[in-house]
Design a protein around this ligand. Sequence first.
Ligand code: LLP
Length: 448
Amino acid sequence: MSGRETSEIGVVDQRPIDLGLLPATASLSSSGRLSVGGCDMESLANEMGTPLFVYDEEHLRARCREYRSLFGAHVTYAGKAFLCAAMVRLVDEEGLHLDVSTGGELHVALANKFPADRLVFHGNNKSTEELSTALEVGVGRVIVDSFDEMDRIEQLVGGGLPAPSVLVRVTPGVEAHTHSYIETGTEDSKFGFSVAGGAALEACARAAHSDAMHLAGLHCHIGSQIFVLQSYARAARVVMGLAAEVEKIAGAAIDEINLGGGLGVRYHRDDEAPSLEAYASLLKESFSSAAADAGLRGTPVLSVEPGRSIAAQAGLTLYRVGTIKEIRGVRTYVAVDGGMSDNVRPATYGARYETFVPARAGAERTLIATVAGKHCEQGDVLVHDATLPADLHVGDVLCTPTTGAYGYSMASNYNKVPRPAVVFVREGAHRVAVRRETYDDLLALDEV
Ligand code: LLP
């Protein structure tokens, strides 16, 4: 059988595993065993336990380098996608800037000696304490998000802290055609200042004339998991129009415009995501033409802030099957030892994933099943309509590709499930980047 066939209970997807969803160094042996970074995935699961996040270090580095080759030094990795000590160091070694959006992310970056001048500090509600640390250590950019934040910066600088370089975050009023929870460029957004409503111009004028901050430019992030590239072109046009007005008021050129992150990735074989090259060329073209049409004094630097498109495909999750429950005429549930505590994206955004057995990736797959987690919620589903080998059995290891972004970083201890370990694989070796939580870790914060 090949292709898709309709059965009584759904569509049997017999197409071979799509290696395009896996990290760059993924390969299948002649017997269909999956290796990544030269490590056999089932053996790694046996050795390290499950659930297990596995990152292909070469893939992560290659994505950083591709971004740098397309955008030069003006690439900021969005740490919210996936951050830990190993990732902070990798991002530093690859010469990227790092976006931190809370005091916690800032702390992790600084504790791992990330150069402060390459930190970009975000947040729609930065506390005085967070801002104070950011100014004290001298972060490269503060992305100003509200008038209250400007008040706080002015107070802190008035109290003796150094004045930061800021980008003013603006909402251009464009749709990104993505899930509403991750759409941030429309008028109804908790982030930034509205261009259409005039708040953006007011904020820029205030920043330009304030002694407590240096206005370096503008920032605009319209959303995440974006497939419709034209949304960026529309945003660039609005932001350039604003930049021209700001230049008139400030009497100085706008140096930098950061168009955020958001490039979508493939999670499912049927997804068609734009390539990084297509995204870069559209961004650069629309950026320069919008700058020329707006009549700016010079051409500002274009900077970008990718998270998902660096980390998602580099990572995968390994689970072990614990029970297989067939409800005749209804559905088969395959339950694994993780779930919404390590991947909340299906439950939150209805995200679609694929899954397969890494020890026999070439096996015929005729079992249609719902892969569920172990949490006490019916909505704790990882993969709807998975197509798995008919002889799937308890104890098999399952692999879910493209979990490298917003998987571990959104993990929780729901139902007191310890968070998985994270390992980096490279050239046949693995190293633990984050150790597995223990039951004792679950008690560590409790006071009796
Ligand atoms: N810059 C800013 C200001 C952001 O808010 C974000 C993501 C990024 C850059 C990076 O966007 P990316 O390149 O990763 O799309 N938890 C959601 C995604 C939330 C995105 C939050 N902001 C998910 O799992 O889909």
